[in-house]
Design a protein around this ligand. Sequence first.
Ligand code: CU
Length: 352
Amino acid sequence: MKFGDKKISRRKLLGGAAGATAALPLLHEGVPHQRVHDQLARAGEGGGHAEGIASAAHKGSSHVGTVGRVDPAVNGFDPMEILRDFDRGTVKREGGRTVREFELVAEDRQIEVAPGVKFDAWTYNGRVPGPTLRAREGERVRVRFVNASNHPHTVHFHGIHTSRHDGTPNVGPGNIDPGGSFDYEFDALPFGLHLYHCHTSPLAAHIARGLYGAFIIDPAKGRLPADELVMVMNGFDTNFDRSNEVYAVNTVAFAYHDAPIQVKLGELVRMYVVNVLEFDLINSFHIHANFFDYYPTGTSLEPTELTDTIIQGQAQRGVLELRFAHPGKYMFHGHVSEFADLGWMGFFNVTA
Ligand SMILES: [Cu+2]
C-alpha cells in the first residue's frame, strides 16, 4: 500500500535512521524547539509514529515555536504582508468589457520556511504562496505567464474556461518551457475562492515546490466590508522523501505564533483559507474560543455551517467569517495536531 509505505518511510526519518541524516541537521537547526526534538528522539525508541508524538506531548515541553526568526527581507516576502496582499492586476477596457491583466513569473528561489531551514523552492513572482490574484465575477482575466525558471511549468486555474487555457500538459500550449511564455485568458467564473497551481508532471513535486496561489473571484455585488485575510495552508518536504517536515500557513512555520495577527474587536473578519498541502491527505483549520460562518469554496453567499473547525482535502478551500466577541489572544491551528507541533499554529490578538 502506497500510504502504508509512506508512513513507514516517515517513521524511519523520525527514528533517525541512516537515511534521515541529511534531514535531521535541517530539522535540528531549523526548528530547534524541544517538542520536535523529543518527538524525533521518542519515535526512535521504536514506539512508532503516533506513540512518538504522544510521548513528546506527555513529556510536557512548554517550548512551542521557534528560536530566531525568518527574515522577510532575505526571503523576499513576509507572511504578515501576504495575509492582506491582494493583486488586483491592471484594469483596461476592451470591446466594452473590463479586462484584468496579471503577470506570473516562475522563478527558482531558495526560501527559508523556518529559522535556518532552507528550501529550494519554485515560485511564482518570487514568493510562496504566489500572489493572491483577485478579480470580479464576469470580468475577463488575462494572465501573462513567463517561465524564468529552469524547468517547464504551467499555470492551471481552478474555474470555468476553455481547455486551451487550462494549463494542462499536452493540451493547448501544454508545458511552457524555460524562457517561454503564454497568456492564459478566461472569464472570471464562478465567484468564490479558488486557486491556481502548476500542473506539470510529476505533479506533486511541482506543487510541493511552491507553485501555487489563491485566486479570488468577488461576487458581482461584492461582500460586506471586512478585514480580509488570505491563509494558504501548506507544508514543506525539506528532504524530498515525499512527506512533510514543516507545516505552515503562508509558508513560514509559527509565523503568526511568533507575531500574532492583529484584529479588531467586533469587526467582521473574513478569511480566505486554501489547502494546498501535498503528501498528507487532509488539513484542517480550528480557532479557539470563537465560531465562524463557513462558505465552502465561497460560491454561495449563504453559509453552510457555524463551526470552529473545518477539514479540507487538497485544493479544497472556503471563506470563513467571524467577529471576535472578546479581546485577548486566541490560538488558531491545524487540528491535525502533528501539523500544529511542526509549525501550523498561530494567534489572533484582538483589541478594542
Ligand atoms: Cu511546474
